[in-house]
Design a protein around this ligand. Structure first.
Ligand code: FMN
Length: 393
């Protein structure tokens, strides 16, 4: 095995190894964006137009990357974004990711389209032996059904299991047009189980033995998603509205409600007005609307509109600890990483996810030291410069 394969030193190196190891269709499913993949590229490229201002002769012998969110202290201002079907890369999928999150004291959002049940993932969190830090909180991501009542059982299960927050993904009234996925269709392997959704349908109806068969026969992952969703009597609802959705969720659960997929200051203001507990500035990793700005460019205006009333979280294109620094400087309280976690999982299971998180931690800590900053709260736009005026710095 080549040296860099044994010991990847950066997230792009982890991705290179993952790319070599994963079947092409699985790699494409994880990597691709929508249409011409403009949003996917812009998410990462936009970070390259932001600079960190080095400051010298400051005592940076103790750099602390920990921070607090909803009253919980985390080692890092970095959480794991929800992504579907982790067992496609092998191993124990979401369970491996959850163990890594626990070891690293990192927040994790489980996708409703996971291949491990939400209860099993929460058991990993709850069985943590008493240690120095309290366990990190886990959140549960959901797409709502056209008929809200059909979503209630899944919401109740997440609440009963102990998830702190429900992350409602609002950028998917219809699925994005992912050409690469369609060109290299994903045929799901035997034994793969859409754990939450299959359980949900099984809880209410006789078990559907044809589900896995139908998934295996699906000619693309978009098709597979449609099958999964319809098996749960569910769909990506295209009729959610500001008027009803948050009200319905409030009635159904006491979990915090986080809206994921906000890209404009106007929608951020509406999220605050309608009582969201936090927002995630996200374009779904470039997998939905292709002709959209990068998330990091959308962030400053959104943070300005929110004015600190609720936490602003951002994801998309974060591949380096310095990207995390830049996102915080541009107004985010917290960031999520999607694909880097999947690459780590593909390379070495739980250990691979920990390798990725450790790389990001070391890079963030080094960037802070070189910028003369010792705490997460100390990272502000005063530490940043930009090549163009588009970031409002
Ligand atoms: N977002 C969701 O809200 N629910 C999902 O089930 C979901 N599945 C995803 C599957 C894959 C393979 C990828 C790459 C992303 C998925 N996302 C999903 C979007 C991520 O939560 C996140 O917004 C995105 O990956 C962040 O960009 P990054 O991958 O550049 O870090």
């Amino acid at each position: 095995m080549a040296k860099e394969e044994e010991d990847p030193l950066s997230v792009p190196e982890v991705e290179l190894i993952a790319r070599k190891r994963l079947p092409k269709n699985v790699y494409e499913y994880y990597a691709c964006g929508a249409d011409e993949q403009g949003a996917l590229r812009r998410n990462a490229e936009a970070f390259r137009r932001v600079f960190v201002l080095p400051r010298v002769l400051r005592d940076v012998s103790n750099v602390d990357t920990s921070m607090q969110l909803f009253g919980t202290r985390y080692n890092l201002p970095i959480g794991i974004a929800p992504s579907a079907m982790h067992k496609l890369v092998g191993g124990e999928g979401e369970a491996d990711v959850a163990r890594a999150a626990m070891n690293m004291n990192v927040n994790m959002t489980l996708s409703s389209q996971s291949t491990t049940s939400l209860e099993e993932v929460m058991t990993i969190r709850n069985n943590k032996p008493q240690e120095r830090l309290p366990a990190p909180q886990f959140w549960f991501q959901i797409y709502l059904n056209q008929d809200f009542n059909k979503s209630i059982p899944l919401i109740k299960r997440a609440e009963a299991a102990g998830y702190e927050a429900l992350v409602l993904t609002v950028d998917t009234p219809v699925l994005g047009n992912r050409l690469n996925e369609r060109k290299t269709p994903l045929v799901l392997p035997e034994g793969l189980r859409l754990a939450n959704i299959e359980d949900e349908s099984a809880a209410h109806k006789p078990r559907k033995p044809t589900l896995n068969r139908a998934l295996m026969d699906a000619r693309s992952s978009s098709k597979a998603k449609e099958i999964i969703i319809s098996a749960a009597g569910s769909t990506h609802s295209s009729s959610l509205t500001w008027e009803t959705t948050l009200k319905q969720l409030r009635q159904a659960t006491s979990m915090k409600v986080i809206l994921k997929g906000i890209m404009t200051a106007e929608d951020a203001q509406l999220a605050v007005d309608h009582g969201a507990d936090a927002i995630v500035v996200s374009n779904h990793g470039g997998r939905q609307l292709d002709c959209v700005t990068s998330t990091i460019e959308a962030l400053p205006e959104i943070a300005a509109a929110v004015q600190g009333r609720i936490p602003v979280i951002v994801d998309g294109g974060i591949r380096h600890g310095s990207d995390v620094f830049k996102a915080l400087g541009l107004g985010a309280d917290f960031v999520l990483v999607g694909r880097p976690v999947l690459w780590g999982l593909a390379v070495k299971g739980q250990e691979g996810v920990e390798i990725v998180l450790n790389i990001l931690e070391r890079e963030l800590s080094r960037t802070m030291a070189l910028a003369g900053i010792t705490s997460i709260e100390g990272i502000t736009k005063a530490s940043l410069g930009v090549r163009s005026g588009s970031f409002g710095v």
